[in-house]
Design a protein around this ligand. Sequence first.
Ligand SMILES: *[C@@H]1O[C@H](CO)[C@@H](O)[C@H](O)[C@H]1NC(C)=O
Ligand SMILES: *[C@@H]1O[C@H](CO)[C@@H](O)[C@H](O)[C@H]1NC(C)=O
Length: 151
Amino acid sequence: MKTSSITATFLALNGAAIAAPSESNIERDLKAFQLTKLTASLYDQSLPAYRIVNFDLNDPNNNVDTSCSSAWSGGMSGDYKFNCSNPNYQVNFPSLYDIEDIKLNVSVVNSKAFAPGEINGDKWKCENTGAEYPSKVCKWAGVYDLPIVLA
Ligand SMILES: *[C@@H]1O[C@H](CO)[C@@H](O)[C@H](O)[C@H]1NC(C)=O
Ligand SMILES: *[C@@H]1O[C@H](CO)[C@@H](O)[C@H](O)[C@H]1NC(C)=O
């Protein structure tokens, strides 16, 4: 009994290993999106509070440059997709309550390519402005690489 179930498990795993390469397009060699002038600003002096996230986007695989600007307020879904100025590129924010730790997801319309990322850490410089609008601003120093995965 025990032996046969181990054999069955082995066969199942082995089958999966053989099947994987033929149905895989995961190994295509895509270069990461490059984000520059990445900034986020928090506007929270009146409700609903909202956040504006801006960046320039370079897609080295398709030789496309565009810019993306999004105004996200707390009531919006993390799935809501903002168009970049080239509407083939879109961005949504799985998490954007705290602009010091942002989850974003850039995707290409009618393609399997998307690029999820989390922006935080030492290169993400945030400061309270002392002003009402915006009350806090964060900037990324240099280029932010956003690796692409395929759905
Ligand atoms: C994004 O662009 C597409 C195609 O141009 C358009 O149909 C859609 O309404 C736009 N979405 C938003 C939120 O502006
Ligand atoms: C990112 O966008 C892709 C394409 O629309 C979608 O399939 C995927 O679920 C999104 N991921 C997140 C975490 O929002």
